[in-house]
Ligand binder design. Sequence first.
Ligand code: CIR
Length: 272
Amino acid sequence: MMTYVNTLAEPVFAFDAAIVRQPSKSVIGGLRAGDGGDPDYAGVRAEHEAYVAALGKAGVAVTTLGALEGYPDAVFVEDPALVFPEGAILLRPGAESRAGEVSEIAGVLHEQFSTVLELPGEGFVEGGDILTTPKKVMIGLSSRTDLAGAGALQKLLAEFDRASEIVETPADVLHFKTDCSLLDQETVLSTARLARSGVFDGFDVVLTPEGEEAAANALRVNDAVMVGADFPRTIELLDNRGYAVVPLKTTEIGKIDAGLSCMSLRWRRPSA
Ligand code: CIR
């Protein structure tokens, strides 16, 4: 295995590469907990296109995979795998309808990474439950990520010299990162319901304004902080704190419980 030294010299949100996948027409049947109606396919495509453009503008080279009609949620490439400068990890989604997405993304990961590990054992982990911070990788238990999967993942992260911690996701919240994101090396954006658990003790915490909980799934990429355009108070809050806010529409993907982190795998390529 390649030894990767000095992983923490760059901020964890310094990315120069990303993988995304075109939304399929079947995305309108994507998994969701609520009943806010089906997303509009053209709307999802438009949101996805603007997102990919924003990644490019932030300085990331984007690899775009083709749509997978057999997997309505496959546009959310964050969930079947995890990527770091040191290598990639193939996960095991807890949602049955998403299990096949892992082998669909394995090929491009083998092309782009010299090390690709696979989650052993029987447990489940989805990437939406993983928050990478400078000091540790946080693994949220949820309806999609169980203790067996989280424990197996900790062992793989140790191979990358990454410390990790298993934490709880609030009840009825899809993924850990549905409710939080990293704004900079010390600061997280979090819903009050998640922060209340004390999980972010030691971080600076910016709380999403009441009623804008869905804004918590923001995405820091290099200098840009991408935030859902439907959340004006969160945008103003982050703008006032000096972040370079890039509002992006998430109205349609929000109907199937998705936000900005879900639509890409992002990493920094190790320098030769
Ligand atoms: C699902 O329920 O799996 C999709 N409809 C949404 C996945 C969102 N992914 C993410 O937050 N990483």
